[in-house]
Design a protein around this ligand. Structure first.
Ligand code: AMP
Length: 279
């Protein structure tokens, strides 16, 4: 596995591969890698010739300084995992390499950023688009792989791809969970043992709601999810919202033949966890 820390060296390597007729797959991450990230790499490995993974904790997408400071960093372990997965190139840039000048671009996401994570983490998606567009410019992939754990993020990235006219395919990949149902996340490492023990309750609650759609309205289900999660003394729901899969706009009724998704954010002590369920 080749390791790169500069845009120039990685770009030159990938240009050579393209000239050899190879397709490029790209998995952007913030490191502290787990089986969720590994699943994206495995899917990329199957459908593209050269798999590139970036590991970069992007400061512009953190709206909370403490969160950025405490974000787990395990670079050496990450590289070992990526090597074992047969990754061709890992990109480990510094903040200066990614942002020699501050990025002042403001993206228009056609309203997709007005709800859920966009509403509760102001500036977050703009920062995501800043870094992902820079990474796309460097890697110029044929396909880029994103996890459905960050469901709204995929809609944001697709909108950005449309607006900026990138010629690449965004491949959504299923959520990977632990045996107890908790969605794998780099932030799980920050949970206290007590919070880790109750965290699977989030998925357990969400897994009950698709069956409710036949008899209950989205609003009733939202109230039930928030109340049920909050009945656990160690968990506090920030929001649960049911939105249309395409527009990410909150829905008032379920429409037959239209996919919708319920997204939740829960505080487990000082750790903010997200998960979702598709209807
Ligand atoms: P992160 O390092 O948290 O920014 O995540 C990098 C990529 O991995 C994103 O596309 C995430 O959606 C994806 N990802 C993180 N956790 C999981 C998971 N449990 N299952 C599937 N994809 C995931």
């Amino acid at each position: 596995m080749l390791q790169f820390s500069t845009k120039k060296a990685l770009g030159e390597y990938l240009d050579q591969q393209r000239q050899l007729g190879k397709t490029i797959g790209f998995v952007p991450t913030m490191g502290a890698l787990h089986e969720g990230h590994a699943s994206l790499v495995k899917i990329a490995r199957k459908s593209t010739d050269i798999v590139t993974v970036s590991v970069f904790v992007n400061p512009t997408q953190f709206n909370d300084k403490n969160d950025l400071q405490n974000y787990p960093r395990t670079e050496e372990k990450d590289c070992q995992l990526l090597e074992s997965l047969g990754v061709d190139a890992v990109f480990l840039p510094s903040v200066d390499e990614m942002y020699p000048e501050p990025d002042t671009r403001v993206f228009d996401f056609a309203g997709i950023d007005r709800v859920m994570e966009g509403e509760h983490r102001p500036g977050h998606f703009n920062g995501v688009a800043q870094v992902v567009s820079r990474l796309f410019d460097i890697v110029n992939p044929d396909k880029a792989f994103f996890g459905e754990k960050d469901y709204q993020q995929i809609a944001i990235i697709k909108q950005m791809v449309k607006t900026l006219g990138y010629k690449l395919e965004i491949v959504p990949c299923p959520i990977v969970r632990g045996a107890d149902g908790l969605a794998l996340s780099s932030r799980n490492a920050l949970l206290t043992p007590e919070h880790r023990a109750v965290a699977p309750f989030i998925h357990k609650t969400l897994s009950q709601v698709p069956a409710m759609a036949a008899t209950k309205s989205p609003a009733e289900i939202c109230n039930w999810v928030v109340e049920t999660i909050n009945s656990q003394p160690l968990l506090e729901a920030e929001y649960f919202q049911i939105v249309d899969d395409e527009t990410m706009m909150p829905i008032n009724t379920f429409t037959k033949g239209r996919k919708s998704v319920g997204c939740v954010t829960v505080w487990a002590g000082k750790v903010r966890l997200i998960d979702n369920v598709v209807f």
